[in-house]
Design a protein around this ligand. Structure first.
Ligand code: ADP
Ligand code: ZN
Ligand code: ZN
Length: 731
């Protein structure tokens, strides 16, 4: 028999399947990991098919050996691999690598084994072998009478030399036993009692269960109790003997949801996210693979968990951009989830207080189901939102990063013994130019999208059409010369805050710099939850999902920063961000208050935010997208070409562009826009980047995208070429 094998090499651009002979002395199954001869080396690979013929007419080499007892890639995952290759234009090997822990390849990580001590026989007869005066030896025997113990633990309780002498006498037996490495979750031993579901929650669950759509959007305002709904749905699925995946957007949120889930489901849960050590990931993965864990909670990649018999997939905060992988291998989590849900005949639940325009539009058009929860669990309802005009503050001589209102409220919150969160959007750092006195933002004349400042050539550029503009020195609107590039960071905020509140107030900071170590974010969140600090200052990381009962005040500094990102989704993102961060205030029995500081208080967005009018916002946004021909009415495609030699990537881009021009002629009415340009960041990791950006209508999308893939395939010429659909970032 012949095995079709995907060879696990990364540096090749080819996506080739190789044939190997299966030696008659072992049984091979599809999905097995194998060792095969490859050139002069032996390399790992995956058997993806077994046949009785080979297309090649040369002598085949035999497989060297099978690397595991059972196939690592199950049938469902092999089919998923096929789907992903087609859908996202990926290499086989890159997809398969998503499915297993990276360090399992090459056996770089192994089960952790420790020496384990047990008694060699029954306790009385063992004791009779020892002099009654050997007190510590007897104590060790007593210690081991009920169950064994790891040697490392025993060594901390007794003298190692005494233990050793018992081993030598044959009274204690040492053996190897596996220790499972358990990932940490937020440290809180309080067991959450099972709550009684509210009528709103019950109704949402009914709506979800009775819905005949594969995907259901659960639109529930912040604090409406979505987590309880998820848990209830999962419980139901477990009762039917099935399994569940719950995805959360960011690693900082995983420990919190784990805490709640663990309290409810105990050890049935496994966790998969990028914050795990290799050993932890390996152990968690095997618990899932062996069927010992029935629920998987994790970030995006947990969608590939090798669970069998899936009963539900939950994607919490579905609007979050982290669900789309934007570096190789590029994929969209929702589409993977839909595939698995279809395969297992189960549902995908998308949860959010601020659904993406795309998802809500799908619900509106009845392509997916919809369940809504419009009320908070807390009787105090939604926190009151106040919009502060920062230009006015400047005019009245307040040059601090805090408005007077926010200062006052901060002092009040602290003196009442409550907690506050201050959010600052550092991702928008210095990327746009804005007039400080009137709030004017430099935008592209063609695209109505904020321009991005490029320092190297001192130009403002549009990331959608490539047009360049001179940087602002005088505001064309009010002729003021005070132009700013937002430049405040978390550190500065903490310093100002400390001065304002005094040294007795403890302030925590959470951003990329303070969370470099694996447990840092757990420590920060844990300390804040326990009330060891009164204020938490942070970036995006503090926005999502957190449920801190004592937070009554939320401040948003410089809300404009993301509003004018050079992206057609800027408004959507800002709406989501502000609503989410506001949602952290007043979640339990205390009233909440939100203060949003901005230089453009008149922007329509703030009215919707203030009134918690998601639908109003959605209608307006959808309308804008329709008028300006942006998704979901069109699809943006970026073909990105990279090469270490600039000329090569430029030539390749030209070639592809010429071919695309022909395609454009063929489908002229479908093309809204097409242009080739340097990428906004022209060089990353020494590779020169060129891109072609297209916008097409959606009628023939699948057909056109298929043809684009073909064109790219035929014109790669050794360059790395990526095709991205509606990319989240165009840099
Ligand atoms: P969301 O994810 O919708 O923002 P959460 O799931 O975090 O909201 O719930 C908000 C708060 O309400 C949490 O503290 C949660 O424990 C509590 N909660 C949820 N459902 C109930 C319920 N049925 N009864 C009492 N408290 C609840
Ligand atoms: Zn101005
Ligand atoms: Zn433009």
């Amino acid at each position: 028999m012949i095995a079709k094998v995907i060879v696990d090499i990364s540096n090749s651009e080819v996506d080739k399947i190789f044939d190997y002979l299966i030696p008659s002395n072992f049984e091979l199954s599809v999905g097995d990991r194998v060792l095969v001869p490859f050139g002069s080396r032996s390399i790992e690979g995956f058997c993806i098919k077994i046949t009785d013929y080979s297309d090649g007419n040369f002598t085949l080499k035999p497989i060297i050996k099978k690397l595991d007892e059972k196939p690592l890639i199950k049938k469902e995952m092999l089919e998923l691999a096929d789907f992903m290759r087609e859908k996202f234009y990926l290499r086989f090997v890159d997809v398969l690598r998503l499915f297993i822990p990276s360090k399992l390849r090459g056996n770089k990580v192994k089960a952790l084994q420790r020496e384990y001590c047990t008694l060699a026989g029954d306790i009385e007869s063992l004791k009779s072998l020892i002099s009654p005066r050997a007190k510590s030896q007897l104590a060790i025997i007593d210690r081991l009478k009920d169950s064994g113990e790891y040697l490392t633990v025993l060594n901390t309780e007794f003298s190692p030399s005494v233990i050793n002498s018992l081993v030598q006498k044959g009274i204690i037996i040492k053996s190897k036993q596996e220790v499972l490495r358990k990932p940490a979750s937020e440290n809180d031993n309080k067991c959450a009692d099972k709550v009684l579901l509210t009528d709103t929650q019950k109704k949402a669950i009914e709506q979800i269960n009775s819905c005949d759509k594969r995907v259901v959007l659960l639109h529930g305002v912040t604090g409406s109790g979505k987590t309880e709904v998820y848990m209830s749905l999962i419980e139901n699925v477990l009762q039917q003997g099935k399994t569940a995946i719950a995805l959360v957007p960011e690693i900082s949120l995983t420990p919190q949801i784990m805490r709640v889930f663990r309290a409810r489901f105990g050890d049935d849960i496994a966790m998969l996210h990028s914050g795990l050590s290799d050993g932890e990931r390996y152990d968690e993965w095997r618990r899932i693979f062996e069927g010992d864990a029935k629920i998987v909670v994790g970030a995006r990649s947990a969608i590939f968990a090798p669970l069998e018999n899936l009963g539900i997939i939950i994607i919490d905060e579905e609007h979050d951009s982290s669900y789309i992988s934007e570096s190789n291998p590029r994929f969209r989590t929702l589409e993977v989830a839909e595939f698995r849900a279809h395969y297992n005949n189960c549902k995908v639940i998308l949860g959010s207080a601020t659904p993406s325009v795309e998802s809500y539009n799908n619900a509106r058009l009845n392509r997916i189901g919809l369940a809504e929860m419009n009320k908070r669990i807390s009787i105090n309802g939604m926190p009151e939102i106040q919009i502060i005009d920062m230009a006015k503050e400047l005019h009245t001589g307040n040059f601090s990063v805090f408005s007077n209102e926010l200062k006052e409220k901060l002092l009040e919150t602290i003196s009442n013994g409550n907690q506050a969160m201050i959010f600052i959007n550092r991702r928008g750092y210095a990327s746009y130019m804005q007039c400080k006195s009137c709030g004017y933002i430099a935008k592209c004349s063609d695209c109505d999208i904020a321009l991005t400042y490029h320092k190297e050539d001192n130009m403002l550029k549009c990331h959608y059409c490539g047009k360049k503009f001179k940087p602002l020195d005088i505001c064309p609107n009010c002729h003021s010369e005070s132009i700013k590039q937002g430049k405040i960071g978390t550190e500065k905020v903490v310093r100002e805050l400390q001065t304002l509140l005094g040294d007795n107030v403890k302030i925590l900071r959470m951003d990329n710099d303070t969370t470099a170590t694996k447990t840092a974010y757990l420590d920060i969140l844990g300390a804040f939850r326990r009330g060891e600090a009164q204020v938490l200052v942070g970036t995006q990381m503090i926005v999502k999902g957190h449920d801190f009962p004592n937070v009554t005040l939320v401040g948003v500094l410089d809300a404009d920063m993301s509003l004018y990102f050079s992206d057609y989704r800027s408004c959507e993102r800002t709406y989501q961000l502000i609503t989410q961060v506001s949602g952290r205030a007043g979640r339990k029995d205390k009233c909440g208050q939100v203060i949003i500081q901005t230089y453009s208080p008149k922007h329509y967005l703030f009215n919707f935010v203030k009134n918690y009018d998601y639908k109003g916002f959605f209608e307006k946004e959808l309308n804008t997208r329709q008028v300006t021909n942006f998704p979901p009415f069109t699809t943006i495609i970026r073909v990105l070409v990279t090469n270490e030699v600039e000329e090569k990537s430029l030539n390749c881009t030209k070639k592809i562009y010429d071919n695309l021009k022909e395609l454009k002629l063929e489908y002229d009415r479908e093309f809204v826009y097409m242009q080739a340009m340097k990428s906004p960041i022209n060089k990353i990791q020494n590779k020169y980047r060129y891109q072609i950006v297209l916008r097409i209508k959606r009628t023939f999308e699948t057909e056109i995208v298929g043809k684009i893939y073909k064109i790219v395939d035929n014109n790669k010429q050794g360059n790395s070429v990526f095709v991205e659909i509606n990319p989240q970032n165009m840099s």
